[in-house]
Design a protein around this ligand. Structure first.
Ligand code: CP
Ligand code: NVA
Length: 305
């Protein structure tokens, strides 16, 4: 059955809760040495039109550790860079594999690809969202605080970025407080300042009651021509010792990585006791295993296999 995951909202809240519980179980079982074959006989194609370290390796490892196999394509190593349209690539890959992950630029391109595919498509990062990263981030928050709905989460940086957009979507689903601090011109696209979401220019105000302080690069992939302008615009929006001093001591620091030390995050914030950045990166593996099981065999069924 074709069931895409292009946005967090492509799953119900209950499905996401079950997925996060399964991710925690898979993490514990991996640490205990238990092996799985829930995806035996299944093939995943990974298609990268942008660079990746974590997404590529975590999906490849996830599929292999669940007994399935993976084929990875990059734009430059395939006909994509030579202009083959996404709807042709999607239709062809769907004849060979059971599920496809696409990392691309515009969300229109992602939707065109998904509409043409006869197998499920996972968004492995687009300009508008990074939902597989959010699964790992939410797992990390749960590990540290137990529940999601009563958390206070700060996002400091580019409110228009894919990460900020996915955090906004997660706040809508789980109901936690989300405080976004962004400079002029970089507030979220929609008027996000509603209900449990606030938008401010004041990073200290955003983190003052936070359980989680979250940031992302100031220049996302595809925006390299703007990097000088962005470097200027985001000065004062670094997650550093001064900002952490304005937040509760229990607050944890998240960053989806890769990080630019000295820009959006300081060395000491990234490497300090409050950082959970490498647990967060690890959780990509466990959360994506749970997602692949959900889309390929049904989450509840996979847990009983
Ligand atoms: N966080 C993340 O998606 O990392 P990569 O770009 O390395 O995949
Ligand atoms: N916002 C960043 C996330 C990288 C994982 C980007 O799109 O480049």
């Amino acid at each position: 059955m074709k069931r895409h995951f292009l946005r967090l909202g492509d799953c119900t809240k209950t499905e996401l809760e079950v997925l996060l519980a399964r991710a925690a179980q898979l993490k514990a079982e991996r640490k205990a040495g238990k092996t799985h074959t829930t995806l035996a006989g299944k093939t995943l194609a990974l298609v990268f039109e942008k660079a990746s370290t974590r997404t590529r390796v975590s999906f490849e490892a996830a599929m292999g550790q669940l007994g399935g196999q993976v084929i990875t394509l990059t734009a430059e190593g395939s006909q994509i860079a030579r202009g083959e349209p996404p709807q042709d690539t999607a239709r062809v890959l769907a004849r060979y594999v059971d599920i496809i992950m696409l990392r691309t630029f515009g969300d229109d391109r992602l939707r065109t690809f998904a509409s043409a595919s006869t197998v499920p498509v996972i968004n492995g990062l687009s300009d508008g969202a990074h939902p597989v990263q959010l699964l790992a981030d939410l797992q990390t928050v749960q590990e540290n605080f137990g529940t999601l709905h009563d958390r206070v989460i700060a996002f400091v940086g580019d409110g228009k970025s894919n990460m900020a957009q996915s955090w906004i979507e997660a706040a809508g689903i789980f109901g936690f407080q989300l405080h976004i601090a962004a400079p002029d011109g970089y507030a979220p696209h929609a008027n996000a300042s509603v209900g449990n979401i606030t938008v401010t220019h004041d990073a200290r105000e955003a983190v003052k009651n936070a359980d989680v302080i979250n940031t992302d690069v100031w220049t996302s992939m595809g925006q390299e021509a703007e990097s000088k302008k962005r470097l200027e615009a985001f000065r004062g929006y670094s997650v550093d010792a001064a900002l952490l001093a304005a937040a509760p001591k229990k607050a944890i620091v998240l960053h989806c990585l890769p990080a630019h030390r000295g820009e959006e995050i300081s060395e000491e914030a990234l490497e300090g006791a409050q950082s959970r950045v490498f647990d967060q990166a690890e959780n990509r593996l466990h959360a994506q295993k749970a997602l692949l099981e959900l889309l390929l065999v049904g989450g509840t069924r996979a847990a009983s296999l």
